[in-house]
Design a protein around this ligand. Structure first.
Ligand SMILES: Nc1ncnc2c1ncn2[C@@H]1O[C@H](COP(=O)(O)OP(=O)(O)OP(=O)(O)O)[C@@H](O)[C@H]1O
Length: 275
């Protein structure tokens, strides 16, 4: 599996959101993209998936020019690199299994879609995926009745229905509390390891990138300012990525329970109350 991103740029009017980004991946790695809000992380992922058109540059997947795909070939690519989003993007009033089955929509006829008819084999597959993600018992509930962490796992299940080779996750845990964030990141890591799928996740938090990713790409103002292993991601490097000064604290970008615990005011910790 090879992904080559070369000089990819996106301009919105006079604003350069992504500025000549290049990197190459030659195996199904788990990659974290970090950077402050507005650094261009979402725009980069959306260009890979062709939700946003690039202004310049090229993206090659196994040698094929992704940015040149049209019509059916473009839709086939979009199901090969499934996206999951911060806000889950489920149909709230629809039950969980139907939401998951929507991952097969691009393979089905318009009539079958209109009538909400799904082949039995797909329904079994959907339930199997929900079992794997530990939420099969929620299958008949409406999506809106689930916790955020459960909803994000439903969104991952929907993505897996597409049998994607790459999962692009745009801030998958930014709306979740630390425990649910861990459950969702564990699920993504397992899918990566067990299925050999590439995962590229935009993450706000340094500790998550360090803990889960094989490689981390740091973006600042549209550019790649760091590309290396998690162990190279020192506090000094993080300051550079986030454009912060000496007062920069890792806790400010952390989801982990232990770091959050340290970030609480000492008095609150001693008193055993929430900050
Ligand atoms: N559709 C759009 N039209 C105009 N400008 C946009 C659009 N989408 C993004 N931008 C701009 O592009 C820049 C990069 O935004 P982007 O959302 O990619 O950053 P990000 O790193 O993902 O930030 P966040 O974590 O807040 O989503 C920002 O300056 C943003 O305002």
């Amino acid at each position: 599996m090879s992904l080559q991103i070369e000089g990819v740029t996106k301009r919105f009017g006079g604003n350069v959101a992504v500025d000549a980004v290049s990197f190459a991946v030659d195996r199904p790695a788990m990659i974290g993209i970090i950077g402050r809000s507005g650094a261009g992380k979402s725009t980069l992922l959306r260009m890979m998936n062709r939700l946003t058109e690039a202004s310049a540059g090229s993206i090659l997947f196994d040698g094929a020019d992704v940015l040149a795909l049209r019509g059916r070939a473009k839709r086939a690519w979009q199901s090969q690199c499934a996206m999951i989003f911060q806000q889950f993007n489920l149909v709230p009033r629809l039950d969980v299994v139907s939401n998951v089955l929507h991952g097969t929509l691009n393979r089905r006829s318009t009539l079958a879609t209109l009538l909400n008819l799904f082949p039995r084999a797909d329904i079994h597959r959907a339930i199997g995926i929900l079992e794997r993600l530990g939420i099969a018992e929620q299958a008949a509930k409406r999506a809106e009745a689930l916790s955020g962490g459960q909803q994000q796992r439903v969104a991952i299940a929907r993505a897996l229905m597409q049998e994607p080779r790459i999962i692009l996750a745009d801030e998958p845990i930014a709306s979740l509390d630390p425990l649910n964030a861990k459950v969702v990141m564990d699920a993504l890591r397992r899918i990566h390891e067990e299925d050999g799928r590439m995962v590229i996740a935009n993450l706000h938090t340094l500790d998550t990138a360090r803990e889960y990713c094989d490689r981390v790409i740091g973006m600042r103002a549209g550019r790649v300012v760091f590309d290396g292993g998690p162990q190279e991601l020192t506090t000094a490097v993080a300051r550079e990525i986030y454009g912060a000064d000496e007062s920069f604290s890792e806790a400010a970008t952390s989801t982990s329970l232990s770091v959050l615990e340290h970030a609480r005011p000492r008095a609150a910790r001693l008193a055993g109350v929430a900050a």
